[in-house]
Design a protein around this ligand. Sequence first.
Ligand code: MG
Length: 362
Amino acid sequence: MEISKIEVNAYKIPLPEPVEAFAAGVMKAFDLVVCKIINDDGAHGIGYITVHENQGLAIASIIKNSFIPIVLKKDPRLIELLWKEMWKATHYAGRGAPVSFAIAAVDVALWDLKGKCLNEPLWRLLGGCKKEVLAYAGNIDLNFTIEKLLIGASKSLDDGFRSIKMRLGREYLSEDIKRLDAMRTHLPDDIMLMADANEAWRIDQAVIAFKEIEKFNLVWLEEPIKPDDFVSYAHLRSLGKIPIAAGENLHTLSEFNQLINVGGVDFLEPDLTTCGGITPFMKVAKLAEINNLPICSHGVHELHVHLLASCPNASYLEFHAWRIDEFIESPLKVKNGFTQAPELPGHGIIFDFDKLTKFHIG
Ligand SMILES: [Mg+2]
């Protein structure tokens, strides 16, 4: 068995309306990079990543220039070996994004191919635990008025969510408190609320914010400070005021290990696209399990649903605001706060490439 062909394409997908988070600023579109790996028997696997706009072509280029020569003609079943070779070949310019995004697209395609060859959905192939996965709406709404913020929350409840995340990081903490207050008053008592500051604060600002925000009983407060200031994460967590979530901006297993070892996190939320794919995500999930921590996810929920459905320590799956629903068959649905991992072989995501054509950029 060997890989006979690899196709890579990038698309720019416009968002229905501009959204804002502190670290990223205003977003009007996102890029989608799709990697198709075709086996010599004709079977194929599809991998993809999503990323901020104007970065997809660079990632597609890494796959084309650096990884196709490594992976072509190789046995697709040896995923760990191919992953190690991609990492080693690009370690000097890599050890993180955007190389990790590029490795992720290839890695996901290899896992999808394996699932299709074995006629098993990824969630069972990866261990198989519970196909019902707790989900939350990861709304991106820092630029919304309070009225619009609450309309968005109601829409998420109508869509079946029982847990909602809103953004913090306005110019003044008093604005954030006002928005949190409005949201908590708006939501029924049995609806869970998370908040994401997207690295908005210095450590001294975060200490003050934690005191002010404690009363809202958040499930977690996400990325209050820069993602790699692990010592300050440990300090914030030692205050015991609010559970802390982090992980979407960590790119290496070592970074996850460090954050866990300093005691800086309650809810670990890796993103397979930023950390190099399914292969390292599952290692982070096991690391979390060993340390008695729950595993969550950030982004690409159609893929992460399989990973969380395979983990005994699974917690929340984020439904990210970068949606590809209109370009795939059977998007995930949420009912009473839960979604279900599909039964189709591999990840089960079937793209409508005709619909994507007009957004093709390279
Ligand atoms: Mg976040």
